[in-house]
Design a protein around this ligand. Structure first.
Ligand code: ADP
Ligand code: MG
Length: 320
């Protein structure tokens, strides 16, 4: 490789769709449609904090974009394009091959072309910054502040596996290989729920994607909307591979585990049949896990109706 521009050209620049201007100029250009608004989100992934140094670069490329697309999904937006800023200690050919392959594959699947970015050399660690831009009909976004008391609370997909995989990878003890093999796909290959998010526009009231744990992220909806919620633990969609796990560990993973990238949303009970139909059409599994209440606070009830008290930390916080 003969430098920065060669690296960009080989691994990241791709022909932009008709009507767009992609990598190669000072700015990218994308067409703006009347009556729509843009949804924009940025996320950083830092080596040693968001990913292990030896993670498969293909899955890292996938996940770097997936966590950002998940934010678009949570607003009900359709992807328009993305930007990639890389800070790399060296131009490692094999890593760049894998990373760009995973990134572009997901970008293509969701029609979210890579339109530009920045590439610099770092002193030590790899840092990956992705920005996604989406669009949606003006005024139709699924915001966090729109839940109403008496709504159903829903979650897509399944809970717990990503957190269990993360813990197993952190300790790397022998004997857990089968569980790790079953759970790590959830951690390393999250699938952003874009079709579901768009299908929920006009149906759901509030939505959020679960990145830091169900209770913490639902807590953001409740705080922004000025209400509380009561959840039923036995209604939680627990990943099949976790069913033999210690009950206490499992609860912690299901309720507080991060890296889920599923949508938690609220909707009127009248909308139940429409939600089930929308999820079916989007190819997504959805589970009704509780309801919002006027009184602030978040409780999780056990199968016998008593409140569950959690002992571990409530969700992920970089500065706690
Ligand atoms: P500038 O000097 O105008 O900031 P750069 O020299 O940093 O531009 O980048 C040259 C072009 O390559 C720009 O169009 C930029 O958007 C694009 N680019 C740089 N890094 C990446 C990347 N990692 N992925 C996609 N496009 C990139
Ligand atoms: Mg630049």
């Amino acid at each position: 490789m003969s430098g920065e521009f060669d690296l960009i050209r080989r691994f990241f620049a791709r022909p932009a769709p008709e009507g767009f201007l992609g990598p190669g100029d000072d700015c990218a250009l994308m067409p703006a449609e009347a009556g729509t608004e843009l949804a924009v989100s940025a996320d950083l992934l830092v080596e040693g904090r968001h990913f292990f140094s030896d993670v498969d670069p293909v899955s890292l490329g996938h996940k770097s974009l997936a966590v950002n697309l998940s934010d678009l999904a949570a607003m009900g937006a359709r992807p328009l394009g993305c930007f990639l800023s890389l800070s790399l200690p060296r131009a490692d050919e094999r890593w760049l091959q894998g990373f760009s392959r995973g990134f572009h594959a997901l970008a293509e699947r969701h029609a979210c072309p890579l339109l530009g970015g920045d590439t610099v050399r770092s002193n030590r660690d790899t840092t990956i910054g992705v920005t996604v831009i989406g669009q949606l009909p003006a005024g139709s976004a699924l915001r966090r502040d729109a839940a109403l008391a008496g709504d159903d609370v829903w979650i897509s997909g399944e809970l717990g596996a990503a957190d269990v995989a993360l813990r197993l990878l952190q300790v790397r003890s022998a004997g857990d290989e089968a569980l790790l093999a079953a759970a790590r796909g959830a951690l390393e290959w999250p699938q952003p729920q874009l079709a579901l998010g768009q299908a929920l526009r006009g149906l759901a009231h509030a939505a959020i994607d679960v990145s830091d744990g169900l209770l913490q992220d639902l807590g953001h909806i409740l705080a922004a909307s000025g209400c509380g919620a009561e959840l039923r633990y036995d209604a939680m969609p627990v990943a099949d591979c976790l069913l033999g796990l210690d009950a206490q560990l499992l609860r912690q993973a299901v309720l507080c585990g991060g890296d889920v990238y599923q949508l938690c949303f609220t909707a009127s009970p009248q909308a139940r049949p429409d939600i089930v139909r929308a999820a079916q059409q989007a190819g997504a599994k959805v589970s009704r896990i509780g309801r919002t209440v006027a009184q602030p606070g978040l409780t999780v009830l056990d199968a016998d109706g008593g409140p569950i008290v959690l002992t571990g930390n409530a969700g992920f916080d970089h500065f706690a």
